[in-house]
Design a protein around this ligand. Structure first.
Ligand SMILES: O=P(O)(O)O[C@H]1O[C@H](CO)[C@@H](O)[C@H]1O
Ligand SMILES: Nc1nc2[nH]cnc2c(=O)[nH]1
Length: 282
């Protein structure tokens, strides 16, 4: 997608809504209900937006939703794109550039993830402090190819990817909402998927310092940071990864991931609502 092609998508969308949000949300698997916290909603099915990819994964509805929360305008991706769906990595992150041109300054990225850290429990919320982009360490980076400086620089720093001030805000809010007992902080590792990890792979990720693992987010954060959008990353721990060979524990499965997402959506909704009401986008 060239800059101009994103501009024409923007033209299509903005001619159909008068909302101009500065805060974006990406809903993780089973977390599409996050859009329900909004009122005065205007929803656009991905399949009706020119050049937009479509959602193919259960638990990802496939709508771009505009709406308000206490007077603050928000844009929400009800469904994200994963590389394992067959989309190239740059295509997966295209909606983030759409958000940028709409005027988004802060992006709340949520996901469902398996825990690698054995101190984490299912239902915990992990505030992402950093990521390991396993699939991107080679050349599967969304910024690969000719750089357009209108988005950002050729070489994009990532050491400050998960905004320190915003993380402090989330911690304070979690405490106020009495969710701090569920709030963990850690490193998210993105793998390509769609197969879940072997036991040896989980042991490797643990050695590398990962606390949770999933198949999304890192590429989105790279694209967001490249165009100077500040990021909050939140993982809902939906399953504990099997850490030992020959264990009788239940293997990871997508039904469980969606079910846990659904079960804890109220906690996430409360947290995200309060974040949006307290964020300063300046
Ligand atoms: O990261 P999200 O989209 O929340 O979903 C996670 O859950 C799915 C696997 O169950 C994978 O898509 C993984 O990335
Ligand atoms: N890769 C990966 N993605 C997930 N998404 C939700 N749970 C998991 C998991 O255990 N592994």
């Amino acid at each position: 997608y060239s800059y101009e092609s994103i501009e024409s998508i923007i033209k299509f969308i903005l001619s159909r809504t008068s909302q101009r949000p500065e805060i974006g949300i990406i809903c993780g698997t089973g977390m599409g209900g996050l859009a329900d916290i909004l009122y005065e909603k205007e929803s656009f099915p991905y399949k009706e937006i020119p050049d937009f990819p479509v959602s193919t994964v259960p638990g990802h509805l496939g709508f771009l939703v505009f709406g308000k929360l206490n007077g603050t305008q928000v844009i929400c991706m009800q469904g994200r794109f994963h590389v394992y769906e067959g989309y190239s990595v740059w295509k997966c992150v295209m909606p983030i550039r759409v958000m940028k041109l709409i005027g988004v300054r802060v992006l709340i990225i949520t996901n469902a993830a398996g825990s690698v850290n054995q101190n984490f429990s299912v239902g915990d919320i992990m505030l992402i402090k950093d990521h390991i982009n396993f699939s991107g360490l080679g050349s599967n980076n969304p910024l690969r190819g000719k750089n357009d400086d209108r988005w950002g620089p050729r070489f994009s720093p990532m050491s400050d990817a998960y905004d320190l001030r915003l993380r402090q805000l989330v911690r304070t809010i979690a405490k106020k909402l009495d969710l701090d007992k569920y709030l963990k902080e850690g490193v998210y590792c993105m793998i390509g998927g769609p197969s879940y990890e072997t036991v040896s792979e989980i042991q490797l990720l643990k050695l590398l310092g990962a606390d949770a693992v999933g198949m999304s987010t890192a590429h989105e954060v790279i694209a967001a940071r490249h165009c100077a959008i500040r990021v909050i990353g939140i993982s809902l721990i939906t399953n504990s990864c099997v850490m030992k060979h020959d264990s009788e524990e239940m293997p990871a499965n997508h039904e469980e991931v969606m079910e846990v997402g659904n079960l804890h959506k109220k906690d996430l909704e409360k947290l995200v609502t309060e974040i949006i009401m307290n964020i300063d986008t300046v």
